[in-house]
Write a protein that binds this ligand. Structure first.
Ligand SMILES: Cc1ncc(COP(=O)(O)O)c(C=O)c1O
Length: 392
């Protein structure tokens, strides 16, 4: 017979979430993910995906995936080290190394799994991991899995980070980790300062370029390129699931590092490899990112246009960031949870899809609407959004 105490626990938890207004259910979309989506037979303007360059539903990614399906079938059938490494996996790792202008890369099934695998391979019980307060959940989970001592510094406060580094000399290894573009705030980590602190104190620096890949830098390589860093972080990871329009996580860097991760990263070793078609689509996405910088320019223009409009409307739109340094993630800070959920519902009623972000994703009192822009949004789309935002 089923464990009654366990069933009771589950139903109490669900009830508690419902009573607290924290019960969440996915909204089902009946169309490809694009600047407009269909929900319950109604069309919505969407400002909520990480498909920043609009590639996910593009003909070239679809054609690349379809061709790979015809040649290799759908599933990969096994983990990478058994028999799941098909030619498209190798081709993607080579394409990523070329894209990032480094020696080598290693691909994981998702960015989440890349973070889990890398952090737990690099840090252990005798080490400490020091992360920005606003690092993504996958970084936090990777740190927990590593069993290293987790220390957190306030968002982008390098003087506090330095204090922690000074007090942490007795750990075998010290690993500093930061997002390059923070996923809920849209600001950019102070990378030059982080690199110099890591060097000064002999720490390892790991950078998560999930939201910066394809978005920042002249060739879309990310924040390392954006800051024109000569001395690079020790570990750079990213995802293929956002601007690249596909699926997968990766680390790109020197070949000994990727070789080490192939031996030690459990989320690479003990899971089935990506479908080869996802690799083919990623290769097509990387090619577009490299060959069509105008997409990035358009995204930047859309970002500047919307920021200017939001400021005119009097929103606290860009938080601590000056206008002009913005990324396509634009939070509108509304503070209170009820206010944010009301605003999101109002937008939805008016044909706009923007999620309300609340705890546990962001701290209490820092609830926000998280707008994310695409290069393919038109000026009319942005004007429509601004017009409707006036109503909140
Ligand atoms: C900063 C950051 N790192 C990692 C991830 C995980 O990437 P993926 O969605 O490919 O698992 C995300 C995505 O949500 C992210 O925002």
């Amino acid at each position: 017979m089923a464990n009654q105490a366990f069933l009771q626990y589950i139903s109490d938890q669900l009830l508690m979430l419902k009573q607290a207004g924290r019960y969440r259910q996915p909204r089902i979309i009946d169309s490809p993910t694009d600047r407009r989506v269909m929900i319950d037979e109604k069309s919505y303007l969407a400002f909520c995906s990480n498909n920043y360059l609009g590639l996910a539903n593009g003909e070239r990614l679809k054609a690349a995936a379809a061709a790979a399906i015809r040649e290799y079938g759908w599933g990969s059938g096994a983990s990478r080290l058994i028999s799941g490494s098909l030619r498209p996996h190798q081709a993607l790792e080579e394409a990523l190394a070329r894209f990032k202008a480094v020696q080598s890369s290693i691909v994981f099934p998702t960015g989440y799994m890349a973070n889990l695998g890398v952090i737990s391979a690099v840090a252990g019980r005798k080490d400490t991991v020091i992360i920005d307060r606003l690092c993504h959940a996958s970084i936090v989970d990777g740190c927990r899995l590593s069993q290293a001592r987790l220390q957190v510094y306030p968002h982008c406060e390098l003087n506090v980070l330095e204090g922690i580094l000074k007090r942490s000399q007795n750990y075998a290894r010290r690993l500093i980790i930061t997002d390059s573009i923070f996923s809920m705030d849209g600001d950019i980590a102070p990378l030059p300062g982080l690199v110099s602190l890591a060097r000064q104190y002999g720490a390892i620096l790991m950078l998560d370029e999930a939201h910066a890949t394809g978005v920042l830098g002249e060739h879309g390589r990310g924040a390392v390129e954006h800051f024109k860093l000569k001395d690079e972080p020790d570990i750079v990871m990213g995802t293929l699931s956002k601007a690249v329009g596909s699926l997968g996580g990766f680390v790109a860097g020197n070949s000994e590092l990727t070789d080490f991760l192939r031996q030690r990263a459990r989320s690479f070793i003990y899971t089935t490899a990506l479908p080869p078609a996802a690799c083919a689509a990623s290769i097509a996405g990387l090619k577009i990112i490299t060959g069509e910088p105008q997409l990035r320019q358009q995204l930047r223009q859309n970002t500047d246009y919307l920021n200017a409009g939001l400021i005119k409307l009097g929103f606290d739109a860009v938080g601590s960031m000056p206008l002009g340094s913005a990324t396509p993630i634009i939070p509108i800070m509304l503070g209170d949870e009820a206010r944010v959920m009301q605003a999101a519902a109002y937008l939805f009623e008016h044909g706009i899809l923007i999620p309300g972000i609340r705890p546990p994703t962001v701290p209490r009192g820092k609830c926000r609407l998280r707008i994310s822009l695409m290069a393919t949004h038109t000026q009319a789309d942005l004007d429509c959004l601004l017009d409707i935002l006036r109503g909140i």
